[in-house]
Design a protein around this ligand. Sequence first.
Ligand SMILES: *[C@@H]1O[C@H](CO)[C@@H](O)[C@H](O)[C@H]1NC(C)=O
Ligand SMILES: [Zn+2]
Length: 522
Amino acid sequence: NVRKMTQKTLFRCVKSILYALLFITISILTIATLRTFSLNVNVGLQLADWEKTNQIRFDISQRQREEVFTNFKEAIRIPTVSYSPTDINATALHEFSRLLRKAFPTVFSSSLVQHEVVADYSHLFTVQGSQPDLVPYMLLAHIDVVPASESDGWDAPPFSAKEIDNFIYGRGTLDDKECVMGMLQALEYLLLKGYRPQRGFYIGLGHDEEVSGLNGALNIVRLLKQRNVHLSFLLDEGLLVVDGVMKGLDGPAALIGVSEKGSATVKLSVTSAPGHSSMPPRESSIGILAAAVKRLEDNPMPMLFGQGPERGTFEHLAHKFIFPIRFLASNLWLFHGLLCRLLALKPETNAFSRTTTAVTMFNAGVKVNVLPSVAEAYVNFRIHSAQSLQEVLDLVDSTVGDQRVKVEVVDGFDPLPVSSYSETSYGFQIIKKSILDVFPQLTVAPGICVANTDSRHFKDLVADIYRFIPIWAKAGDAQRIHGINERISKKNYEDIVGFYFTLIQNCDVKELPETHSGVHEF
Ligand SMILES: *[C@@H]1O[C@H](CO)[C@@H](O)[C@H](O)[C@H]1NC(C)=O
Ligand SMILES: [Zn+2]
């Protein structure tokens, strides 16, 4: 009887535990489902609440439209190639300066605009605002391009600006002459239409971004620091509009880069006594080095998804994902572990989820029968926002864990600070509004740049740095940047001019509208 009683109690106990588990599971799923459907619908500042400023509409005549493309094509045809920090094309850069003066006569003659040449080939335009109490902002772009050779398989010569099916082909059409020419073209037409900015601004054009920016951008920064300039925000190249690029995302999205990953290049080397291959030691310098490199690849840097701005990307885009990704993305609190495992699978998503490890060079040996005295390898790390350069170097040391392997840092820098992207962030919200004014169909989200730009040299000058150009990128287009068949559609280029035309005017807004935060959150 006693046994029967205990069995019964046990049974009851298990039953209530099962019920409790079922209840918890159902609750969690209900919350997850509710979040999936309620999150992010209509979040953000409402367009209707914005301060009304006098807006000059971007409507240009057919003659002006032709001029827009003629100017742009001339810019593409000048081969402003940077080969290395000491090997740039001075002739081309001078020619480019002449083109700017010819293409934008109003910018160069307006009493509102002060133009300066910096470090021989870079440019700084200071545009005076009528209200000196408004903190100015800055637009940044670069004139130089990476090398390109037609023999790599281009459909049109890379410096021809040839038109094929309403696309203009050429090196620099996406990086970064659409930005250089687009900004100045917008300013040219604004001034022609009698526009006078209330908030002053700067336009900076660097000439050596592709090889570090240590002459162009850095000297512009020096000049601004000498003059004690304060900036409310800075906008540079970086991220773009993705349309069918992010898997599972329903519709196009504009990603505004709010930070850049850091970088570290580490040299590993092993030295050993040289000798003849007929009497080798048990371990060669090559073997020791190869094992160390393999350990670095086998032990990737920790998964940090959710601890950097990529979290903001997911939160802003969650409602635009298709099922079941939408269910996962809306509930990071529940599916964080699962998402981490999924993101690690693909190089593109892995790149924004952790510090990446890339073995890029491996050199050893000169002769088939000689044991090399030295073997060396280079490993390039791109550092996630939640990690520092020092933390990465410490992990490299402990993972290599072999006294015979010498670890040297060739160069490196910390990830850039994360710029604000809240509802009270002036720069982010003005850029977002300008995107939506021109492209109402887009969803706007913060993002992380996995490559670096000239804007990193400005980090001591301005806290809020954004990286975005409304380049409309479809699947495969990202490979055209620094690759073959770099091209832009004529419509896209015209929209880029329209974007800067709108943005410059939107910056006359003095204050952001009040936020309604909390109202839409579940
Ligand atoms: C430099 O630019 C000029 C045009 O400005 C061009 O004729 C020349 O071929 C370029 N040189 C190199 C090495 O690309
Ligand atoms: Zn660039």
